[in-house]
Unconditional design. Sequence first.
Length: 723
Amino acid sequence: MHLVNVWIEHPVMDLNRTFTYALKDGMKAQRGVRVEVPLLSQSVTGFVDGGEETDLSLEEYSEKAGYEIKEVIRVIDDEPILNEELYELGLWMAHQTVSPNIACFQCMLPSKMKPRSNRKASVVEYYVHLIDETKATSEKQKGAVELLKQGDILRSELNKAFTGISAVLEKKGTVEIYAKEREAGYSELDIKEADYPLTWEQISAIDKINNSEKDVILLHGLTGSGKTEVYMQLAARKCRRGKQVLILVPEISLTPQMVSRMVSRFGANIAIYHSKLNDQQRYEQYQLVRNHQVSIVVGTRSAVFMPFDDLGLIVLDEEHDHSYKQDSSPRYHCRDVAIHRAAHHHCKVILGSATPTLESYARAIRNVYELVELKNRIHQNLPTSHLIDMQAQIRRGNYILSEPLEKAIRNRLNNHQQCILLLNRRGYTTIMKCRKCGKVIQCPHCDIAMSYHKDENKLMCHTCGTEMSAEMDCPECGSRNWIHQGLGTQRLYETIQDKFPEARILRMDADTTRKKNGHQEILEAFERGEADILLGTQMIAKGLDYPNVTLVGIFNADALLGRTDYRSVEVTFDLIVQASGRSGRGHSAGEVFVQAYDCHHYGIRLAVRQDYVSFFKNEMEYRHIGDYPPYKYMIAICFSSRDQNRAQQLAWDAGEQFRKDENIRTLGPSQLGRILDEYRYRVVLKGANRDQMIETVWKWYEGLQISRQQIKVRIDVDPYVLD
Ligand code: ADP
Ligand code: ZN
Ligand code: ZN
């Protein structure tokens, strides 16, 4: 009898072990193949890890094992769906992120192929194959047979030439018809050249990258310094040598602009892979790579799992971007996976950014990574930046829009140039407060103030999505006298429109882009010059390249500093620098106005000067004092449950256990705000040896006996946000 060990997702427990099943006669299942198996009166899909042969019968083996061995219901794939490299990658990732192997396998595949899905049919096409030409009688049938002698053809093609013929021939036994998964046609390599000469800076950057002995290169260059051109040059070179190339970009920069730039350079040789594709499209792009029909993939985070087998280069553009870290289990970082895969393929990884993470820059100056710099912008010098002290403006009665920024906007409107205004907060106001008793309306399910959305006259919780009408009496005192405080994009839009009634303004935030292609429509309208001002949240801070934009205004630039998160300064710096980079990309000089309350903060001052290196030095000092990354590694473990005692107790026990490890500094448990009616507690571990910390957490995790329905345990290795 043949037995297989199968990874499955247990419906109740987070287990990381295989279950043993017996193969029925005639079934074959090697490593990486999916099977359907019975579990707790359900049938679930799992991945085969390996198998063994036994002389015992099912009953005998069950008796020996001490539990009933069941039979595999169905073997789903003929070939392993994950090749050896990807299979190993899944196991490695599970270990690194302390998550079940099955969760990693699932996350690596497009959902059409994920184990749990019912496997909706992919696009299949029907082909006609000639089996017996002697049976053709009529002229029409003979004509069809002649055609089929040259090879199998699509049923639809055949019927186009000889109407209704396929059914006739099949009935006679002349042909057989079979189904085959659709493949896109193979496209010849057709790479265009750039229509401008490279700058000497770009040339020397490319040289340095090609000649570097390091596996990882940090390409540090201002926005608009020509990094993307460098990627494309290197990619073209690899493709011409028959290698595959992966270019990873944050969700936000996969704009129509970026895509069309890539497509016009690489033609049909490129696959685009991102979260806006539907299941079928993702599946098709995945197959294109698997079948070697494209050599370049441009994609967001999950594209890092594409089934390449001969990678020549990986680029991670805007390597500091938060979207590279997955914020649900498995909490992997795309950069780590990219570097791991590159090692397997013996190829280089290029990390590009104007504002690298402190981790990457620190590695670059310690010579772990090769540091390559682009110090000049291609078309223009950096925009001129102005820091506006809003405390002083408020004393003059300008609460939202400062005088200098107002003047600058008017000037652009008069000169038919465009502006981008950034406010990283959607909604109308951020809180609704009772004038009489001071009560702030909070989300009934979270410990968070609800935002007021004037458009819909609603209150919304931006954390859990709960909505309610804003027409209400104060639940404390019954008054109906509300104060709306704080500034969101809706209110900013209103204010700007009031000041400049003639201006055409587009608003872009999570509310206005909800519908399909919402993003794209707004950006395209702006690009066509149908608006003077584009106003929005951090969505508009990155990646956009509009030559007619000569002014960028940033409102409440220091709002993010108020968070307790250890990365808040880095995030603020990044946002200001990136947003500033949208100004003056064409031939006219650009200007940037940054409005802030705390103008002395180094994060704000240095961002306005675009001085990354000084920022790095300042910020490293703060990280050093606080024992934060890149000096120490961190693992955060969060416990959440509707049952407060249970969550608190488990967090407490975990803290006690970790404290026994003298190589780890254990902080907490601390109580976090409630979200979606769940109480949350968190323990944070800090230490110098990441591998050892992971081992410790694994040991603890494997000893846990808890049901997912009662309590959730969220383990985050190298957490990106900690607030
Ligand atoms: P980054 O990726 O650093 O923001 P890009 O590669 O997008 O910079 O370059 C910024 C702009 O300059 C783009 O519009 C690009 O087409 C153009 N560009 C890039 N390299 C050159 C060059 N050598 N000569 C002229 N224009 C260039
Ligand atoms: Zn009240
Ligand atoms: Zn909520």
